[in-house]
Design a protein around this ligand. Structure first.
Ligand code: NIG
Ligand code: FE
Length: 416
């Protein structure tokens, strides 16, 4: 019996999702297992998980604060591995175009879409961007997310891309949530480089020296799509970024099936994201390699094309699947990762076990945080969500509302 004085004990936990699977992302059939402790308790000391055991054992233990989970669900803080968190303005004015059936890439071609947000982001001050990103981040946290990937990509010029990345860095330093930064300078071709996409990509590659010097991003990403960057351009760009020491990700096969999924696996990308149009060959390659499939069903829902990524095929092929909001002002304006869990259930036909693994363990690996986030095991950061639900099946089932009761980061309550 320990005599340690803990900071906090969370007691009377109906189901505790420890995600204690051992090392590495979960692939294929392994995603269907979920380590669950019933009638459990968890103790926190110095911001870390210090003890996990039964409700009975917890009764004799001492803590400064006790939280009664009332027999409900407790999970690790969720990890959102693909967001465009920092941007100026919004795009509600494009809704009418969408309703008229104008395609997403056509809006972009007309200078709207991503380029509309580029204009607003260039105009915004660092302070304005910071205030706005903090607002969206707080909302993400309210839905149970404690670790967030954040991309640049609404500057498309040196000054604004650095401004976005600096905002993400400041947020990471001043906000309790952890932010992992990705440079997405290759998100669209800005008007001043129209017809000169290779030159533009070179300009963005040159920026990597500054980004590395100031430690402004860990990942480099590119939008590989018809009318934006080709598979070959993307391959060369990401390979060059890898040579400079960055990990890489890719927006691949989001709208048109170009073969970006295969390419992502060939170059050893940490993740391939979207993958709605992934070919059978691409899906097989995901199963055979370590590239994580980050699926974004909120974007498929919002683009309203009636087609979702082939998650079941990917799981059968043995791939590691993660889930994300893709939070951005155009194709997925939502901070709500719980809604993505609902869509994964209904549209991707994923099981509750696969879904929970996809928003914790695998999403942490998708942003190189597999060793520090996404699990509740002794010695890990106490990033914890107390849910107002009776069991883990409930969150992917009951949609459109927020099920969190309390969200903790490093052992401190950041939302209740
Ligand atoms: O993941 N497709 C490229 N990027 C984002 C959308 C960005 C935007 O529309 O502002 C995406 O869908
Ligand atoms: Fe995206």
């Amino acid at each position: 019996m320990t005599t340690t004085q803990f900071d906090t004990i969370i007691d009377n936990i109906g189901q505790l999702l420890t995600m204690d699977h051992g090392d590495g992302p979960l692939k294929g059939g392994a995603m269907n297992s979920l380590p669950v402790l019933e009638n459990a308790a968890l103790a926190i000391k110095d911001g870390l998980v210090a003890w996990i055991g039964t409700h009975e054992d917890a009764q004799s233990m001492k803590a400064t604060e006790r939280i009664d989970a009332e027999g409900k669900l407790v999970s690790p803080g969720l990890v959102d591995p693909h967001t465009h968190l920092v941007f100026g303005g919004s795009r509600e004015h494009e809704m009418a175009l969408k309703q008229q059936g104008v395609p997403y890439l056509e809006i972009l071609k007309r200078g709207g879409g991503i380029l509309s947000t580029v204009g607003a982001t260039r105009e915004a001050s660092e302070e304005e961007l910071l205030t706005k990103a903090r607002f969206h981040l707080n909302r993400m946290i309210s839905y149970g997310v404690t670790t967030v990937e954040a991309k640049s990509g609404y500057g498309l010029d040196r000054q604004t891309e650095l401004k976005q990345l600096k905002v993400a860095k400041q947020l990471n330093e001043t906000h309790p949530a952890e932010i992992v930064s990705t440079f997405l300078g290759a998100h669209a071709i800005p008007p001043e480089f129209k017809g000169r996409s290779d030159e533009f990509l070179q300009e963005m590659l040159d920026l990597l020296n500054d980004i590395e010097k100031e430690q402004l991003a860990e990942f480099v990403d590119i939008f590989c799509e018809t009318g934006v960057f080709s598979v070959e351009q993307s391959r060369q760009f990401l390979k060059a970024a890898k040579e400079k020491g960055f990990s890489v990700k890719i927006h691949a096969d989001e709208i048109h099936p170009l073969g970006g999924t295969e390419m992502a696996t060939e170059i050893g990308a940490t993740s391939g994201d979207h993958l709605v149009g992934a070919s059978d060959k691409g899906i097989a390659a995901l199963g055979a390699t370590d590239t994580i499939a980050v699926l974004l069903p909120g974007t498929s829902f919002y683009l309203n094309k009636g087609k979702f990524a082939n998650a079941r095929g990917m799981l059968e092929a043995g791939a590691a699947v993660a889930l994300s909001t893709d939070f951005n002002p155009g194709s997925s304006p939502t901070e709500n990762l719980q809604f993505i869990m609902n869509l994964a259930s209904l549209q991707l036909k994923m099981t509750p076990e696969e879904i929970w693994n996809a928003v914790t363990v695998n999403s942490a690996y998708a942003i190189n945080r597999g060793d520090s986030a996404g699990k509740l095991i002794k010695g890990r950061k106490a990033d914890i969500v107390l849910w107002d639900v009776p069991n883990y099946h409930y969150v992917p089932y009951h949609y459109g509302v927020n099920h969190t009761n309390t969200v903790m980061k490093d052992g401190c309550i950041i939302y209740r």
